[in-house]
Design a protein around this ligand. Structure first.
Ligand SMILES: C[S@@+](CC[C@H](N)C(=O)[O-])C[C@H]1O[C@@H](n2cnc3c(N)ncnc32)[C@H](O)[C@@H]1O
Length: 245
């Protein structure tokens, strides 16, 4: 899926921080921190945050954006020892080689583990991008193996296999709001699927296909709103009912 417009994750981040009880002095490990947007929201609540990402450029960006937190290059499968009150994996699990191993490692170093995922495709308007460009992209492989972690039952199962017990779950709608067609199409053309489609069909055809498919998402002022649902889950290891002090 494509990245969203700036600020799209604010409702998701706020819900994670609420459900995990993050406040002044809470120690948070932000696994797969990206450019530090979630870390910034946690620091704004007074948390002490360590962010880890495999991508050095993300760590550089996060360090510049959130001077109040500490960021380091690392692998979520092998997190720093902590211990932390909360380990957050915000939009991470779909990107790692072994989500179960990441959750087990998170359970080892954190009292609470907070995870977010996209909702299923039918709950996310951004899936329309892929539909609009499908004719120029390689056919999608039929699903094989276990259901994706966007399936809430599957996510709960993997969390359980990691030795964690779910203590809170919620759904959050995060609209992707674009002021006009250029703001919608520009980032898409710069993304992997946009570049692949444009290489075959040309940027103008891609633009026409996307704007045609997303006409239903057009606002009266000429902008676009794509509604997407995300899931948040907070879990704790067996026997650890209270936050570390
Ligand atoms: C979709 S981004 C999410 C970024 C951030 N958590 C947010 O919500 O804005 C996924 C991030 O996970 C990082 N990542 C992927 N695999 C990783 C791994 N094994 N260890 C650490 N970071 C990883 C990527 O570099 C990327 O920054």
């Amino acid at each position: 899926m494509t990245d969203g417009p700036p600020g799209w994750g604010a409702p998701l981040h706020a819900r994670v921080l609420d459900l995990a009880g993050v406040g002044a002095g809470t120690t948070v490990l932000d696994l797969g921190c990206g450019p530090g947007t979630f870390a910034a929201a946690a620091v704004a609540r007074g948390a002490r945050v360590v962010g880890v990402d495999a991508d050095r450029s993300a760590v550089v960006a996060a360090s510049a954006a959130v001077p109040g937190a500490e960021f380091t290059v690392g692998d979520a499968h092998d997190p720093p020892p902590g211990p932390f009150d909360v380990v957050a994996a915000v939009q991470l699990l779909q990107h790692v080689a072994n989500p179960l191993a990441v959750l087990r490692a998170a359970a080892r170093v954190g009292d609470a583990v907070a995870v977010t995922t996209w909702g299923p495709e039918e709950e996310c308007d951004v899936s329309a991008f892929g539909e609009a460009l499908a004719r120029w992209l390689p056919p999608r492989r039929p699903p094989s193996g276990p259901p994706p972690l966007t399936d809430p039952a599957r996510l709960r199962k993997v969390v359980g296999l990691a030795g964690l017990a779910v203590v809170a779950e919620d759904e959050v709608e995060c609209p992707f709001t674009y002021p006009d067609a250029d703001a919608l199409v520009g980032p898409l053309l710069a993304s992997g699927i946009g570049r692949a489609a444009a290489a075959r069909a040309g940027a103008a055809a891609v633009r026409e296909a996307v704007l045609g498919r997303l006409d239903v998402n057009r606002t009266r002022t000429g902008g676009y709103v794509l509604r997407n649902r995300f899931r948040v889950l907070v879990a704790r290891g067996g026997g650890s009912g209270t936050p570390r002090s």
